[in-house]
Design a protein around this ligand. Structure first.
Ligand SMILES: [Zn+2]
Length: 48
């Protein structure tokens, strides 16, 4: 069990680069879901 200190990336999110919401603008990013991206602000979502 000595193989745990390999990952040094701290809070690196392994999401792909997030897309901005086309309605809310570049400041609001879409949340990644398994089959779609959704905006938590205006409710916009798009299928993958
Ligand atoms: Zn939005």
């Amino acid at each position: 069990m000595a193989e745990q200190k390999q990952k040094q990336a701290k809070s690196v999110k392994k999401y792909s680069p997030k897309k901005a919401c086309p309605k809310c603008g570049p400041g609001v990013r879409l949340a990644e879901h398994s089959d779609r991206r959704a905006c938590g602000k205006c409710g916009y979502f798009e299928k993958k």
